[in-house]
Design a protein around this ligand. Structure first.
Ligand SMILES: [Zn+2]
Length: 155
């Protein structure tokens, strides 16, 4: 496959005004956020070694290949770390709200909010799934929800 072609994303704009903080749009982020908006969150998968990479970038951190294909995530992951904010910093994030660092099944670590039920015991090692959270203004954020899985609860 060819290197990432960003030309197909010309004209893609975030809804304005966004009621939530707008993502920082670096050189390689637009295809990622476009896939999130389409609720098909995708990451770059190296065409040479198969490694997924996140955040998006110009080359594979494993083999330095610049060739990659945007590939939709399966949606599974495991909580590596977490924090609960008991203070409200932004209007769109009332306290308490949880932020989790998730090891995606594809390999990279992604941080986002944990929606819905929180773990009653240890959070570390619990299985989560990626969900697409629509917010006012037609905006979409990738978030996680706990998977009610007895196997993960035993970890
Ligand atoms: Zn690679």
């Amino acid at each position: 496959m060819s290197a990432i072609d960003d030309s197909a994303d010309a004209g893609f704009e975030f809804p304005d005004p966004a009621p939530y903080p707008v993502p920082v749009m670096g050189l390689f982020d637009r295809p990622f956020w476009r896939s999130v908006l389409a609720q098909r969150t995708s990451l770059q998968k190296c065409d040479d070694c198969g490694a997924f990479r996140y955040p998006p970038g110009p080359c594979c951190p494993e083999c330095l290949s610049p060739q990659a294909t945007w590939t939709q995530l399966l949606g599974g992951g495991t909580i590596l770390s977490w924090v609960v904010f008991h203070r409200q910093y932004l209007p769109a994030y009332p306290a308490p709200h949880a932020v989790v660092a998730v090891r995606l099944d594809e390999g990279p670590v992604m941080m986002s909010n944990l929606e819905g039920e929180w773990p009653k015991n240890s959070w570390i090692g619990r299985r989560v799934r990626l969900v697409h959270h629509e917010i006012p203004g037609g905006f979409v954020l990738p978030r996680f929800q706990l998977v009610d899985d007895e196997r993960s609860a035993e970890i």
